[in-house]
Design a protein around this ligand. Structure first.
Ligand code: CTP
Length: 415
């Protein structure tokens, strides 16, 4: 008995699964090749059905090459019917995705019209259907389309997008197909809900050091590598969260599936963090410089022969964690800070929790010899108001990130 007979997505419980992708005839059909490629990268098997007009925008040969499967488009093809009838085609998938879903396809789906292979499989399927509409904003806003969308939503059809923005037709408005990455995320959330517990939640993560200029060639910085913050951003994205990572200068690759905002100074990091709100939760893992030089000349400070070294006056940087924690309307429901300590971990961590107004503090030992700063391992203690501190087992920074993801999921009732 294979996985399909057991009613499981192919690849076992939580495995990648198979989708039937119906490609409609719109300019956004060109994005279907990227969509297929990204789905396959995630281990999802993709079989495609194209409408006649889709073939005007992207060739069946390209779709077959990228999906590495036969592409179906004829309802009355004797060879196709003999190999794989349209009923089997519509059922041999864990999920049916329509991208792009044109106004015409949505109208046919809403009214049960089956006059080509694409609309016939959509009527014949017993599997969940997710549609990614793409059309001119006037067509999307037309009363007929509004009515069809309402009917389809009532029938249990899932929608992703459309997004607002510039349209290929030159108009601006709602009607752009959701980006392939968004569609992949929605597909994975349906195929593997247990593996994507944070799907639908927005996260802000700060990471790395900040660099405070002394003059155009010199700066003040610290030893933070950004490894823990980046590992957290990546683990959150893998768990389905929509992550904005505001990162200081680091020598790390951008984590997959994360929107990365690169900054240098604490003031830039604060602006980047505030711009990423609203968010459902925030993890502030950056080692923000506490001070910055008060005045930064626009020229290099010159060494005077025999002169005294320059005195650099420092001023305090804004506290990003505290500012985010004290937002009125845009405060994330859960704000998590770190406390880098060299002694009295719990005592200092608890004081920071109070002072900064955040909900959780992850206190870590950064004393010399702990290897935390710049290293690959970490050991943290979770501190919350009114609860006993929880010392998590030490491990790689990726393991600490995974524990944090589980803990956040539990906090949002997804664990
Ligand atoms: N933090 C911040 N903005 C700052 C300073 C710190 O957002 N200007 C955040 C860090 O990202 C971390 C937490 O506050 O989540 C604690 O940082 P830490 O360096 O441990 O504490 P400090 O506030 O700098 O206090 P101290 O240096 O006295 O330990």
């Amino acid at each position: 008995m294979d996985d399909a007979e057991l009613g499981l997505p192919r690849g076992g419980p939580g495995g990648p699964g198979r989708i039937l992708l119906v490609i409609g005839g719109g300019i956004a059909a060109y994005k279907s090749l990227e969509l297929i490629r990204r789905l396959k990268e995630q281990g999802v098997a993709v079989r495609c059905v194209m409408t006649g007009s889709a073939a005007q925008f992207v060739t069946p040969l390209s779709v077959a090459a990228v999906s590495v499967e036969k592409v179906y488009s004829e309802l009355f093809s004797l060879t196709d019917e003999a190999e794989m009838g349209h009923i089997r085609l519509s059922r041999e998938a864990d999920l049916v995705v329509v991208a792009p879903a044109t106004a015409n396809l949505l109208a046919k789906m809403a009214h049960g019209i089956a006059d080509d292979l694409a609309s016939t499989v959509l009527l014949a399927t017993d599997k969940p259907v997710l549609v990614a509409p793409a059309m001119n904003p006037m067509m999307w806003n037309h009363a007929a389309t509004r009515r069809n969308v309402r009917m389809l939503a009532q029938d249990g059809i899932g929608f992703i997008g459309p997004n607002a923005g510039d349209m290929a037709c030159g108009e601006v408005g709602s009607g752009r197909m959701a980006e392939p990455a968004e569609i992949v995320s929605a597909v994975l959330a349906r195929l593997r809900p247990a593996a994507r517990p944070l799907h639908g939640l927005r996260a802000l993560v700060t990471s790395g050091p900040t660099r405070e200029a002394i003059d155009p060639v010199r700066f003040i910085m610290n030893h933070s590598s950004g490894k823990q913050g980046h590992a957290i951003a990546e683990a959150l994205a893998r768990a389905g969260a929509e992550v904005t990572l505001v990162s200081g200068p680091v020598a790390l690759a951008d984590p997959a599936g994360v929107r990365v905002v690169k900054v240098e100074s604490a003031e830039e990091m604060l602006a980047g963090a505030l711009a990423a709100l609203p968010a459902d939760f925030a993890v502030m893992a950056a080692a923000v410089a506490d001070w910055r030089p008060e005045a930064v000349p626009d020229h290099k400070i010159k060494k005077e022969p025999g002169g005294a070294p320059p005195a650099i006056r420092l001023v305090e940087n804004p506290d990003i964690l505290m500012t985010v924690s004290r937002q009125n309307d845009k405060r994330p429901r859960l704000v998590i800070g770190f406390a880098a300590e060299t002694e009295n971990l719990v005592e200092h961590g608890s004081a920071k929790l109070q002072r900064k107004g955040c909900d959780w503090i992850l206190a870590n030992d950064v004393s010399a010899g702990s290897g935390t700063f710049g290293g690959d391992r970490n050991r943290v203690t979770l501190i919350r108001a009114g609860a006993e501190p929880e010392a998590w087992p030490g491990g790689s920074k990726a393991e600490v990130a995974a524990t944090l993801v589980r803990r956040i999921a539990r906090e949002f009732g997804r664990g």
